[in-house]
Design a binder for this molecule. Sequence first.
Ligand code: GDP
Ligand code: MG
Length: 163
Amino acid sequence: RLPIVAIVGRPNVGKSTLFNRLVGKKLALVDDRPGVTRDRREGDAHLLGLDFRIVDTAGYEDEDPNSLPGRMRQQTQAAVDSADVALFMIDARAGIVPLDEEIARWLRGSSTPIVLVANKAEGRAGEAGILESLAMGFGDPVQLSAEHGEGVADLFEALLPHL
Ligand code: GDP
Ligand code: MG
């Protein structure tokens, strides 16, 4: 079977954008408004010669924001538990927000390897967020721009030991 990579993180960090780039088809819905990806999606991904299944977590984004953490936690943990490696994505431009820290706490208890990915890192606007992300304890983030296709070789190198 193909190895499984899950993309987890709070809404609007760019999970579906990365999913679409790796699958090469518009299977995951991306929108400027947060909250438009309806379901967990899976696809066959290709990255510089690596083949794997990729899982885009979502489905909680239409929910009442007051119930978001509970639904998110279920989705995130189910995806991470079934994956060989999980990409924990943050938004480098927004920096670390409380929901990122909460997700980090869930992930610390997992036996699945976690790769921290700082997305929206094109240009210099992400530098402060990248520094902040070090404090979460997942090591140096892979600096990525899912939208512009930057950092793909670094993502490949980070995934390689786990696939
Ligand atoms: P998700 O909710 O985590 O799946 O996030 P989406 O993939 O739907 O993206 C949320 C928003 O961030 C959209 O407006 C994307 O166009 C934008 N976005 C995604 N990746 C990048 C990136 O690398 N740089 C910038 N500047 N914006 C991005
Ligand atoms: Mg999405």
